[in-house]
Design a binder for this molecule. Structure first.
Ligand SMILES: CC(C)(COP(=O)(O)OP(=O)(O)OC[C@H]1O[C@@H](n2cnc3c(N)ncnc32)[C@H](O)[C@@H]1OP(=O)(O)O)[C@@H](O)C(=O)NCCC(=O)NCCS
Length: 160
């Protein structure tokens, strides 16, 4: 995988990484953290996979996807606050798209809160396009809601 830097490595995450993924998710989504049990159940589903980036022995981010035949969905993407702005998120998504391309995925989609500027900027920079939305999809701890945007990106297959 691209790795994205001399001291950074991105690899497949497995069952032994679940606790680490839960900590990263808690750091990145304090309003709606996914438990280790929930992450383990997701990762055990057919078609699910996750990549984790480790820098100097410290986990700094992960991405989790679900593939169903020719379609994949990014379920979550998290980069620990102290490692942001260094290309970790971009590297994770690009590596995940490489995995998707190698396994015949033709389209990758995701949902993102309409006010999540860093994530929207990242996905747009990688080539995701807006396809639709869901009203009041996210519920925040303060009781407010946020709309979701649905983004997707076509993945060129062997026919181009
Ligand atoms: C969104 C998130 C994953 C970005 O991770 P990151 O490692 O900081 O992102 P990168 O450094 O790889 O940035 C890649 C591109 O994204 C955009 N970007 C990232 N952070 C940004 C910010 N704070 N403001 C504006 N653009 C930003 C830029 O286009 C950037 O490219 P550039 O560095 O060439 O300008 C990270 O902020 C995060 O974990 N947020 C909390 C969880 C979350 O919102 N996940 C996404 C849910 S869909």
């Amino acid at each position: 995988m691209r790795g994205g830097g001399a001291a950074r490595e991105t690899r497949r995450a497995g069952a032994l990484d679940i606790q680490v993924l839960a900590v990263l998710h808690q750091e990145c989504f304090p309003d709606d953290p996914w438990s280790a049990e929930a992450l383990a159940q997701l990762l055990a589903m057919p078609g699910a996979f996750a990549l984790i980036t480790v820098r100097e022995n410290s986990p700094v981010g992960f991405v989790m996807l679900m593939q169903v035949r020719e379609a994949a969905e990014i379920l979550t993407l998290a980069v620990t606050p102290s490692a942001r702005g260094e290309g970790v998120g971009r590297g994770l998504v690009q590596d995940a798209l490489d995995v998707c391309a190698a396994s015949g995925v033709e389209i990758c989609s995701l949902e993102v809160a309409v006010d999540n500027q860093p994530a929207l900027a990242l996905y747009t920079a990688i080539g995701f396009k807006r396809r639709g939305g869901r009203r009041a999809y996210y519920r925040r701890k303060d009781g407010s809601t946020a709309d979701a945007l649905i983004l997707s990106k076509s993945i060129p297959g062997f026919l181009g």
